[in-house]
Design a protein around this ligand. Structure first.
Ligand code: ACO
Length: 428
């Protein structure tokens, strides 16, 4: 393949280098475009064709349905690793040794408490507040309780900030859920595994000993791994963008949580369950809702279908579909909503509209069903996504800072009024 791309504007040719990634992805490097062309820019709403960075963290190939973290297949990681190992892998680049993992976990445990005054902030929220709003605010509030900004040139400082947020975030997640349920705010136990401890903090009742359920533990571990990173999606790009102004790690993460909240992104898992419930309430006629989704006059979309990058089966959806069957089977849960989900999926997979547009079930189509079987309230589903995505956001933020990327500041094509004479108020 040639090493340059030629662009011709008004008869003048400009050459731009092509860069090739390790998986042979080719990009036109347009860093010099504006200088070379006297200010010509590109336009690409939704960044469908724009690479915002070079990254060594996650590779995904939407056509072939491949997802790898640091070179390891998601299928292998979901089956053979645990969430903390995957977090270490994403953040530091390699799978940890036993000693590294133990130290990592111990250091996180040392940080697994939050300032008691954070409870006052939680108390100020109404019980009805959406947990994503609460989580985003609390994560931002951590900046106030941990004011020193990270010296990104110090490996030690960077490590401390990372274990701090990995220690405190699950407490915020659990407290967010407990607040919405009127449960007392608790602490976990240093004797438990990372994910085990999260379950204890979420589900422990004040008047009984908490008993671990291995089925739930395995299911949650897998779900968190599947959500741990997904290259330059909306929330991750937000974290990198906010962090590029050298805003703190916690502030950057807080903005990522807000981005994840939207129903076209992480909020889809809540939207899927609400949609399935609505179909059930309406009598369970999946065909009616399929028709609505295809009707261009109707804003309804089949939530949990389609993906910006996967134009083949989302590999995470394949793993999660099996997990959903297992969890529900093991727990003995009969869920009519799962039958509706299966019906919708099989209809969509053979429907011309969906086939033509390559709209397959995505990861969120099944995750909500598992969360529901685990007893997690619907409003908490996207919070669980955020919990899983945390290591990915941290890894991407760290990479962006260590690569000393410039502040994110896109251009635009102005389409507003040209210069107008000002009219004084009394003459308008
Ligand atoms: N139901 C019905 N039609 C759909 C759906 C859907 N879920 N998704 C896309 N389409 C149609 C669009 O109407 C469009 O049709 P057209 O070409 O006739 O105009 C075509 O498919 C392409 O859709 P776009 O919106 O252009 O695709 P884009 O890549 O921008 O959007 C997205 C991807 C946002 C995920 C979209 O498929 C969607 O809204 N899905 C439902 C929400 C969802 O499940 N989000 C979770 C994504 S996964 C995640 O964030 C973890």
């Amino acid at each position: 393949m040639s090493k340059t791309a030629t662009l011709e504007i008004d008869g003048k040719k400009h050459e731009f280098p092509l860069i090739t990634g390790t998986e042979n992805e080719v990009a036109i490097d347009i860093k010099t475009l504006r200088a070379a062309t006297g200010g010509v820019t590109t336009i690409d709403p939704g960044y469908k064709n724009t690479g915002s960075c070079e990254s060594a963290i996650t590779f995904l190939n939407g056509e072939e349905g491949i997802l790898r973290y640091r070179g390891y297949a998601i299928e292998d990681l979901a089956e053979k690793a645990d969430f903390l190992e995957v977090a270490y892998l994403l953040i530091f680049g390699d799978l940890p040794t036993t000693e590294q993992l133990e130290k990592f976990h111990n250091d996180i445990k040392e940080e697994s408490h939050v300032d008691e005054d954070v409870k006052k902030i939680i108390e100020a929220f109404p019980k009805s507040a959406h947990p994503m709003g609460v989580l985003s605010s609390l994560t931002s509030a951590l900046t106030a309780f941990n004011p020193s900004s990270v010296n990104v040139d110090s490996e030690e400082d960077m490590y401390k900030a990372i274990v701090k947020i990995l220690g405190k975030f699950p407490v915020l997640v659990a407290w967010t859920m407990r607040k919405s349920q009127g449960q007392p705010l608790n602490y976990g136990s240093k004797n438990l595994g990372y994910v085990e401890n999260i379950l204890k903090m979420m589900f422990e009742k004040p008047n009984e000993d908490y008993k671990q359920n291995d089925i739930l533990l395995n299911a949650l571990d897998k779900l968190l791994i599947l959500h741990a990173d997904h290259e330059q999606n909306c929330s991750t790009s937000t974290v990198r963008m906010v962090g590029s102004s050298h805003a703190s790690l916690f502030a950057s993460l807080s903005s990522g949580i807000s981005a994840l909240w939207g129903p076209l992104h992480g909020g889809a898992n809540q939207a899927v369950l609400e949609m399935l419930e609505a179909i059930k309430e309406d009598g369970g006629d999946t065909k009616k809702f399929m028709a609505k989704a295809k009707d261009k006059e109707d804003p309804f979309r089949l939530m949990g279908f389609g993906h910006r990058v996967y134009k083949n089966f989302d590999p995470r959806a394949k793993i999660i579909k099996v997990a959903a069957d297992e969890v529900l089977g093991d727990l003995g849960v009969e869920d009519p909503v799962l039958d509706i989900a299966k019906g919708l999926a099989s209809e969509a997979l053979s429907d011309e509209y969906f086939v033509k547009r390559k709209l397959y079930p995505n990861v969120d189509f099944y995750s909500g069903i598992i969360y529901r079987a685990m007893g997690i309230p619907v409003e908490m589903f996207t919070v669980m996504f955020a919990l899983g995505r945390l290591p990915g956001w941290i890894a991407q933020w760290k990479e962006m800072r260590l690569r000393k990327e410039p502040i994110g500041r896109p251009r635009q094509v102005y389409i507003g009024e040209t210069h107008r004479e000002f009219t004084p108020l009394e003459k308008r």
